[in-house]
Design a protein around this ligand. Structure first.
Ligand code: ZN
Length: 261
């Protein structure tokens, strides 16, 4: 059976002398893995369209076993992501997270839309760290975690002071603070930010300018939830952590901008 699907390449692995095995997330049918014969050869018409992050239309032949990628027609090659180390690193993290949290042929609602919005936002040079963070929050339900963020997770109150509880996976009001000795106190601003990350579409929040400390705080919470509830270890995360600790690893574009001001 031959199908034409809109998809984004999550992963592309060399296979044998001239082939690639590609994992793509399609708008219509979820995640797929397919053999792209000859795609490793630079002259192949499949070489460019099978590069990671490419957004395009893909002609897939499915049968017994793994499908075959017959043709691809690029919509966007995501040039900025490919050329910028920081953009590549965060986009790789997003692709790996989505790959790890979804199954082949499994249809998770909104995952294609989220991936599509996130990669395009990074490609348009929105803050890639913030975009990756939005994706982490928004993928929680796909990972089976449904944080309670609209009320107190214990008593349902909507008024009062709030804290984040990893035990309850959500907010606790001050009346319920005693049930979790390890809760994290949050300000009303942080509470609003967490709700925003979880509920508002990326195109509306992608332009938010977030302070480093805010991103660190949001990241600490969401990653603790992943570590405790989901238990996925991502290969691309250790590189990112290293990048965040030692930004001088990056080409010096930001520093030279600062000097110019
Ligand atoms: Zn309560």
């Amino acid at each position: 059976m031959l199908n034409k699907w809109e998809g984004i390449i999550l992963k592309s692995i060399p296979y044998g002398e001239s082939n690639k095995i590609v994992t793509l997330y399609t708008r219509e049918a979820g995640k797929m893995t397919a053999m792209a014969r000859g795609a490793k050869k630079p002259a192949s018409r499949l070489a460019a369209v099978t590069q990671t992050f490419t957004h395009g239309f893909y002609l897939l032949r499915s049968g017994r076993g793994m499908g075959t990628l017959e043709q691809g027609e690029p919509i966007d090659s995501m040039r900025h992501i490919r050329e910028d180390l920081e953009a590549t690193s965060y986009a790789s993290y997003i692709a790996e997270l989505i790959d790890r949290l979804t199954e082949d042929h499994g249809q998770s609602p909104n995952v294609f839309g989220l991936l599509h919005e996130a990669l395009h936002a990074i490609n348009e040079q929105y803050d890639p760290e913030a975009i990756a963070l939005f994706v982490e929050w928004k993928m929680l339900p796909v990972a089976g975690v449904h944080p309670v963020l609209h009320q107190c997770a214990n008593c349902g109150a909507t008024e009062g002071e709030f804290a984040f509880s990893f035990q309850e996976i959500g907010f606790l009001c001050h009346r319920c603070f005693p049930i979790d000795p390890y809760l994290v106190r949050i300000t009303p601003t942080q509470l609003r930010l967490i709700r925003t990350f979880f509920t508002v579409p990326i195109q509306q929040v992608g332009s938010l300018k977030l302070k480093k400390a805010t991103k660190q705080f949001m990241k600490k919470i969401v990653r603790t939830v992943y570590d405790e509830q989901v238990g996925v270890r991502l290969k691309s995360r250790s590189f990112l952590d290293q990048l965040e600790r030692t930004p001088e690893l990056l080409p010096q574009k930001e520093k030279s901008e600062e000097k110019g001001e």
